[in-house]
Design a protein. Structure first.
Lengths: 205, 164
């Protein structure tokens, strides 16, 4: 009887504890390293409708959630172009997805995306997450946010491109390139997750 | 002696050129003590923002209002700008001059963010805005913006609950 009461109090205490702390705990669901990422079909600034399975002879995909308007996305724009130019010939193309709601962030409208892609000569597909279904499924929260998938769409790395957003000369770790090298060697990337400052993905309230 | 005088002059000139209340932290290690004032009973409200972040700019007045409304309390509101170093003079400074913000403004320009985001809060993805409130060992963190002033006030007020 005594134990039962003890259990009861303990149980209520833990429920209370959960109720108190859950709202402030981590809220990000979405993909984790090791999960299989869902494929998608999104329209590209190139005019194509893009699906990952349509890529031929690839070893994996560098899926980057990015946009026109975020200064951090802009700071990484050339680095993402360079990343594609270096890695795509090795079988690792960049697939860029713009996750913001253009009605909240007009600078990220599809026409503006087309303009940007043309102006900066994006060598990769730049896709609109029309209806904003893909970014929550991946668990992207900011721009830029990288998800490195292998050819089976298994998530191998999540995070930033490298360890210095502002000054390229001070980069000491190129996380995405290092992760690809690790996967190609048949090992686990270290780290397989990093954090970076970025802009929150814009959704309608 | 001469050297010391020069250093002092240089420091003074630097302070004057920075304008009011704008402290620049080049390294996270220098900033970290602001997160660890746990030996007193002051409530620290630390908001991470940037001039380029629209939702951040929208909620700044809520923090300014909090700072003014609770001036009689043991509370310290610190607005930590994550603007790029190159933008401090050209963007942050004019922004602050225009806004007349009386809460303390600091700039954290340590661009090795992957190393320090977790130290602010392990649940933080790195997206701004984000807000940390703490007093002693009590901590609360929020990623994302506050809907309005009352929303922010609610978030902070329970640190002043007599039960705590």
């Amino acid at each position: 009887m005594k134990t039962k009461t003890g259990f009861g109090i303990g149980f209520f205490a833990s429920v209370l504890f959960l109720l108190t702390f859950i709202p402030f705990g981590p809220t990000n669901s979405g993909l984790k390293v090791g999960d299989i990422a869902p494929d998608f079909q999104l329209k590209s600034t190139s005019g194509k409708l893009v699906t990952l399975k349509d890529y031929k002879n690839v070893k994996g995909y560098i899926v980057v959630f990015t946009c026109n308007t975020c200064p951090y996305a802009q700071a990484y724009e050339q680095r993402i172009i360079d990343l594609h130019n270096t890695m795509a010939p090795m079988g690792w193309p960049v697939v860029a997805i713009m996750p913001n709601d253009p009605s909240v962030q007009p600078g990220d409208g599809f026409d503006k995306m087309v303009e940007r892609a043309k102006e900066k000569k994006y060598p990769f597909e730049y896709l609109l997450d029309d209806g904003q279904k893909v970014f929550p499924a991946y668990g992207a929260v900011r721009t830029p946010h990288v998800f490195l998938l292998d050819k089976d769409r298994k998530v191998r790395y999540i995070g930033g491109v490298d360890d210095n957003s502002e000054d390229e000369t001070l980069i000491t770790r190129r996380f995405v390139e290092e992760a690809i090298a690790a996967v190609e060697k048949g090992t686990e990337p270290v780290p397989n997750m990093t954090k970076a400052v970025g802009c929150m993905i814009k959704v309608k309230k | 002696m001469h050297m010391r005088k020069l250093t002092l002059m240089a420091a003074l000139m630097l302070i004057l050129s920075m304008g009011k209340a704008q402290q620049v932290y080049e390294s996270f290690d220098d900033f970290a003590p602001l997160l660890a004032q746990t030996q007193n009973d002051t409530t620290y409200v630390i908001n991470f923002w940037a001039t380029w972040c629209a939702p951040c700019v929208k909620e700044l007045p809520y923090f300014e209002k909090l700072h003014q409304a609770m001036a009689a309390q043991k509370i310290k509101v610190i607005l930590v700008s994550l603007d790029f170093r190159k933008d401090l003079e050209t963007k942050l400074k004019p922004f602050l001059a225009q806004r007349q913000i009386s809460a303390l403004v600091a700039a954290l320009v340590d661009s090795r963010q992957a190393q320090w985001i977790d130290k602010i809060d392990p649940s933080w993805s790195g997206a701004v805005p984000a807000t940390l409130v703490y007093r002693g060992s009590q901590r609360q963190f929020k990623e994302g913006e506050f809907e309005n002033f009352e929303d922010l006030q609610q978030f902070v007020l329970h640190f002043f609950d007599p039960k705590n």
